[in-house]
Design a binder for this molecule. Structure first.
Ligand code: TZP
Ligand code: MG
Length: 224
C-alpha cells in the first residue's frame, strides 16, 4: 500500500559515484520502501540489467520499484510502475500503456497539476521542489510547506514530497501532509547510504507517530 510508504530513494549515479544497483542495495538495506531508478543519460542497453537487478532486490525486500521517465524500461523489467513528469509521456497515455494494476506516479508543482494527474489515473503525486535543490533545475521556485498543505487538502492520493529534503526537514514534510519524502542527494551522497536511509526512515516513522512498527504494507504494486 502506498499509504504506508515511508521513504523513496531515487538513484542518481552521477551524484553518488556508485551505480544504480549499488545505491539501491544500500538504500534497501537501510529500509527504503520505494526505489526509483532515474537516469537521464538514456543508455537503455546498459540500464536494462541494472533495472532487472534492482527489481529483484526490491522484491526480496518487499519494496516497490519505480522507473523514472522510461515506460519502456519499466515494462521491459516488470517494474512495479513508472514515474512521469509534466514534460514526459502524459499521465493518461502512461496509464493506458501500463494497464490498471501498475503504479503510476506523476510529478506536480501545484494544485491544478496534482488534480489533473489524479484525474488522469495517477496513483501518487510527486510534489516539489519543496526546498532549494542543486540536483535538478525544475524551473520552479521552491514550493514550500504551505503549498504542500494545499495539495494535501485538495487531492487524496499519496504524496511524495521531493526537492532539497534533508534529515532536518523530513519531519516537516510529513507534518505538512506528505506520505513520504523522495530523496536523492541527502542519501546518495552520504558516505554510508544504508545508514542515511535508515536515519531518514526513522525520522519519518517518528513524525507519523509509528515508532516501533516494522516495515509493513509495501508488498507489491497492489493499491487500495
Ligand atoms: N524533481 C523535483 S526536485 C528533484 C527532482 C527529481 C531533485 C531531488 O533531489 P534532491 O537531491 O533530493 O534535492
Ligand atoms: Mg521526467
Amino acid at each position: 500500500m502506498l499509504d504506508h510508504l515511508h521513504l523513496c530513494v531515487i538513484t542518481d549515479p552521477s551524484l553518488a559515484g556508485r551505480d544504480h544497483t549499488a545505491i539501491a542495495a544500500a538504500a534497501l538495506a537501510g529500509g527504503a520502501d520505494m526505489i526509483q531508478l532515474r537516469d537521464k543519460r538514456g543508455d537503455l542497453r546498459a540500464l536494462l540489467p541494472q533495472a532487472r537487478a534492482i527489481q529483484a532486490l526490491c522484491r526480496a525486500h518487499g519494496a516497490i520499484f519505480i522507473v523514472n521517465d522510461r515506460l519502456d524500461l519499466a515494462l521491459a523489467t516488470g517494474a512495479d510502475g513508472v514515474h512521469v513528469g509534466q514534460d514526459d509521456l502524459p499521465a493518461g497515455a502512461a496509464r493506458r500503456l501500463l494497464g490498471p494494476d501498475k503504479i503510476l506516479g506523476v510529478s506536480a508543482h501545484d494544485r491544478e497539476q496534482a488534480e489533473a494527474a489524479r484525474a488522469a489515473g495517477a496513483d501518487y503525486i510527486g510534489f516539489g521542489p519543496m526546498f532549494p535543490t542543486g540536483t535538478k533545475d525544475t524551473g520552479y521556485t521552491p514550493r514550500g510547506l504551505g503549498s504542500l498543505r494545499e495539495v494535501r487538502a485538495a487531492v487524496r492520493l499519496p504524496i511524495l514530497a521531493i526537492g532539497g529534503i534533508t534529515l532536518e526537514t523530513a519531519a516537516d514534510v510529513i507534518a505538512a501532509g506528505a506520505t513520504a519524502p523522495a530523496v536523492i542527494s541527502a542519501i546518495v551522497t552520504a558516505p554510508d547510504i544504508a545508514a542515511a536511509a535508515a536515519a531518514f526512515r526513522a525520522r519519518v516513522v517518528a513524525a507519523k507517530g509509528l515508532e516501533g512498527s516494522r516495515k509493513e504494507g509495501n508488498k507489491g504494486p497492489h493499491i487500495a
